[in-house]
Design a protein around this ligand. Structure first.
Ligand SMILES: [Fe+2]
Length: 435
């Protein structure tokens, strides 16, 4: 198994024990590396240098910072430990582009990433070229620890999604409402989707969830696979739509305290929430990466917080699924849907009826589960042990990926996580209910 954290990983001059497993070869690794690195640059292509430098809020980062930080990750965790004479590109970058690795050292404050007008974007691109050249040489000359390479590539894919959601938030704050990609097709549903959602009836019982052992990469937070007891439940065939959520808004959903968790009610009042993040006040349009568009009632609602998802579910007489319920339903589904590969850059309506649809892609689905370690979870030694484990408090799990998640990055056991008040990700919901 190429799962990263099952193996002892150390930094400094010690080497990681993992070498290429069956079915891996240097040429394949080099191609994958190049593909992922080029994907990041392609996502930045529609942006100006000014776009790349700005930061719209503390939770978001400038595109330039994403491009540099993902490069720093390869420099810090692959090149420095494994290339004895590796020439560090710029010693200051460890401070500027370390995200949260306390074991590595001090770092620039996250809310001030937008102040980094220097280094200029061109210098960050030079940094990428420098690291890419040394990484390609390493891949050609000797086996790179597969687990660390996989982690670096999956890490960069996570930042690709963040780059898009951060740019969307940045552009939404500009009165000109800039368009990221003008050529994105507008997707609209048809009237049949306005029928109430159908449900899958799940028997429940004793099941296993978590990443399976095998040849595929997974993050440490998906392990270990373990048994869970699941009572019988129902799961909606599709995510909640804009049309359904608009009914909640028009019914005064944001004004009914009994629908809300205490923290959610306080947050909604404090922040002045009256509708999903990018909706117009008239509830008839929304800001997208393709510009402002008419609100499609059949497409999944997105950019709602956990608190709003939870209040909607209560209003609808249902609830959010637990992550175990979601994974049990998704375990035998093919991982396909509107992911970043399709480049719609916005969720679209369900195409199938009478079956579970859109579990993967379109919108991340909030679950009722707090982000906590699975039974038996162990973090790895060293700085990379900080990757996931230290965030296991005060956040909720989301499942399934979104229209901004790179194809091939997500799977049934994948656990995304955000604080319950987060709204700027492509986050929606699917209803669950007791039988
Ligand atoms: Fe990161």
């Amino acid at each position: 198994m190429l799962m990263f954290f099952r193996h002892r990983h150390t930094m400094g001059n010690e080497t990681v024990a993992i070498r290429h497993g069956p079915g891996r070869d240097r040429a394949t690794d080099a191609r994958r590396y190049w593909q992922v690195r080029m994907d990041s640059l392609r996502l930045a292509e529609p942006l100006t240098a000014e776009d790349c430098a700005a930061q719209s809020m503390p939770d978001a980062s400038p595109a330039k910072w994403h491009l540099a930080h993902t490069t720093w990750f390869f420099e810090q965790f692959v090149l420095r430990p494994h290339v004895p004479d590796y020439p560090v590109f710029d010693v200051d970058y460890e401070y500027l582009f370390n995200s949260y690795y306390d074991a590595v050292g001090e770092r620039h404050p996250r809310p001030e990433r937008g102040l980094l007008t220097r280094p200029p974007l061109a210098r960050v691109i030079d940094y990428r070229v420098h690291v890419d050249e040394h990484l390609q040489r390493l891949l050609a000359d000797e086996d790179v620890p597969a687990a660390v390479l996989d982690l670096g590539l999956n890490h960069e894919q996570q930042h690709q999604e963040l780059m898009l959601t951060d740019v969307k938030h940045l552009f939404s704050r500009n009165p000109l409402e800039p368009v990221y990609r003008r050529d994105r097709p507008a997707v609209a549903g048809d009237a049949h989707e306005r029928a109430p959602p159908e449900w899958s009836h799940c028997k429940g019982g004793l099941h296993e969830i978590g990443a399976d052992t095998g040849s595929r990469f997974c993050f440490d937070n998906e392990t270990p696979r373990h048994r869970v007891w699941i009572d019988p439940y129902r799961l909606a065939h599709r995510p909640v739509t804009n049309g359904e959520f608009r009914e909640f808004v028009r019914d005064g959903g944001y004004d009914q305290p009994l629908l809300w968790l205490s923290d959610g009610w306080a947050t909604a009042r404090r922040e002045g929430w009256r509708r999903p993040l990018y909706w117009s006040e008239a509830l008839d349009s929304e800001f997208t990466l393709g510009g402002r568009r008419e609100l499609d009632p059949d497409s999944p609602v997105c950019h709602v917080s956990y608190y709003e998802a939870d209040a909607f579910a209560r209003w609808a007489g249902a609830r959010l699924p637990t992550e175990a319920e979601w994974e049990l339903a998704a375990a035998d589904q093919t991982v396909e849907g509107s992911l970043l590969g399709s480049m719609t850059l916005h969720p679209g309506p369900a195409r199938e009826r009478g079956t579970l649809a859109q579990l993967f892609g379109d919108v991340w689905e909030w679950t009722a589960s707090p982000y906590v370690p699975y039974p038996g979870f162990v973090t790895v030694e060293g700085a990379l042990g900080e990757y996931n484990g230290k965030f296991m408090s005060n956040q909720m799990v989301l499942r399934g990926g979104s229209c901004a998640t790179p194809a091939g990055h997500v799977r049934a056991s994948y656990r995304n996580f955000f604080p319950p008040q987060a709204r700027w990700q492509f986050s929606g919901l699917r209803l669950a209910a007791n039988p």
